[in-house]
Design a binder for this molecule. Structure first.
Ligand code: ZN
Length: 88
């Protein structure tokens, strides 16, 4: 149990995406990896098999955030304008 960063209740937390998966799906290579830059110059990257995650929200808040933030963002921004995400 930990403190949910949205409702501030002490609950079991979900391992939440920091950035929605749909925003970087075009960045995966044919091995299913993407490069994460760690800001340590030209040698500072490591391959990841999924986007960054943290234990931030309880299940209820995770669902709320997904329904009222991520889904509308995906619908109104990404799906409405597929050219908004450049190809790698
Ligand atoms: Zn919560």
């Amino acid at each position: 149990m930990s403190i949910c960063q949205l409702c501030l209740k002490d609950l079991e937390l979900r391992n939440s995406h920091i950035i929605p998966e749909f925003l970087h799906k075009k960045l995966y290579n044919n091995k299913g990896h993407l490069a994460a830059i760690n800001g340590q110059g030209n040698k500072g990257y490591k391959p990841l098999q999924q986007g960054l995650r943290e234990y931030l929200f309880c299940e209820c808040c995770e669902q709320h955030f997904n329904e009222y933030c991520e889904k509308p963002f995906q619908t109104q921004w990404i799906n409405a304008n597929p050219n908004s995400l450049p190809d790698p």
